[in-house]
Design a binder for this molecule. Sequence first.
Ligand SMILES: Cc1cc2nc3c(=O)[nH]c(=O)nc-3n(C[C@H](O)[C@H](O)[C@H](O)COP(=O)(O)OP(=O)(O)OC[C@H]3O[C@@H](n4cnc5c(N)ncnc54)[C@H](O)[C@@H]3O)c2cc1C
Length: 446
Amino acid sequence: MYDPLVDDFPGPAQPHVRSYWQAQHGAQLAQLPPTQAALPEHADIIVIGAGYTGLNAALELAERYQQHVVLVEANKLGWGCSTRNAGFAMPGTGRLGYGDWEKRVGSDVTRAIKVEYERAFERLERHVAACPVGLQAQRGGYLKIAHNPQAIDGLRSSYEILKRYEPATKWLDAPGIQARVHSPQAHAAIHYPQSFGLNPLLLLASVARQAANAGVTIIEDAPVKKWDQVEQLQRLHTAKGRICAPKVIIATNGYTPNHLHPSIHGRSLPVLSSVIVTRPLSADEKIAIGLHSTELVMDTRTLKYYYRLLPDGRLLFGGRGAIRGKDAHHPRYARHLLEALQGTFPALKELSREPVDYYWSGWVNVALDNYPRIYSPAEGIYTSMGYCGAGVTFTQLAGQRLAELAMGEALPALPFYQSALPKFPLPHLRRLGQWGFYQLARWRSL
Ligand SMILES: Cc1cc2nc3c(=O)[nH]c(=O)nc-3n(C[C@H](O)[C@H](O)[C@H](O)COP(=O)(O)OP(=O)(O)OC[C@H]3O[C@@H](n4cnc5c(N)ncnc54)[C@H](O)[C@@H]3O)c2cc1C
């Protein structure tokens, strides 16, 4: 599997991962307005990467600012995380809760961050409305579950702060959560009513269709291999030829090759997140686990597990994967997720005797200080990355903000927009640091 810290660039022409979403709806991507084969020589703005961030930026630039936008994607549309994720539409991004933000920036700015998260949901709703089947949204909220008794106090404290910002959230004690999720690893929970489950591939298709209709030129199988500057112009060398523009947006997130551009080198850590999808559960199995198909679940572990019932009754279960791309498909990682699923729902013991129907992984982008940045790392270059695995909702707005930044508009005075992504100390040792962190987190979560 492509590894951003090892390979020079992804693609071209690598097939989509064999995910549940591809198996169900891959044809939707093929039915989009045709992408173009020939790369233009010039553009007003080039966008690199056709995931949610790049497509939203391109859509905004074409629709609101009438820019000639050329979007270059290494493989096919949505080849990265944007068609591989679990489809949890959640409030927020990164790994910081409202308590963390309060400590860092005070309650006024934290309130403004909450308003920004609302805007991200509003933009997501635009894409829901533009999809004929409403992205197959399963609306009922998200449960953050204390996975052991020791985790209850920490979760409760975070709820006491959270409810000042999100008054609609609810606390569920042990009987309350056991009524909804029959698991020995469910001891208390917070319910966030606004969150919902969606089909990530249909979301990608919805944004891509709008971008193409707004006039964005989309070129697939065109990885950027080399980048130089000719006077005021950025010149990109792709697998389909060269293109120049005064401005470039980097929307490659967890798939960013280590040496794509010196201004962003060493400022993020690509981390593999993996998912299994089981066969459809029987009626008895569904009753035994209690989980409702409209509720999303994530636990309180440092290396979290998350799960949801899909519209056809399959269980999607995800968590962290391998460290290196070359290990991503090793069966032990799917087995590890299946064992974690068994620990969560012992009633599903039959599943451990069967191969899982789907297993896949994708690269999420972790920032050193746990939240993304939308900024200009060098003149004429703009980027948004570092969502730390929470980008389904926020990337919709991040793309818009990125477009505004590239067009010289002032962004809201929020931490996401005011500084560069911090550089990792000793970037060449990032993987070693990750390995140490995983050992510690596993030991703590036992
Ligand atoms: C298994 C998994 C589960 C997840 N679940 C959730 C979830 O439930 N909720 C949530 O909020 N988030 C989730 N995420 C994270 C979420 O999917 C991402 O934050 C989001 O999709 C990022 O979108 P993006 O457009 O920034 O990047 P991506 O969708 O990753 O797109 C980057 C694109 O850049 C392209 N690219 C890279 N290098 C080059 C180059 N040199 N030239 C041209 N193109 C290039 C890649 O091919 C890729 O298509 C999950 C991620 C994974 C992997």
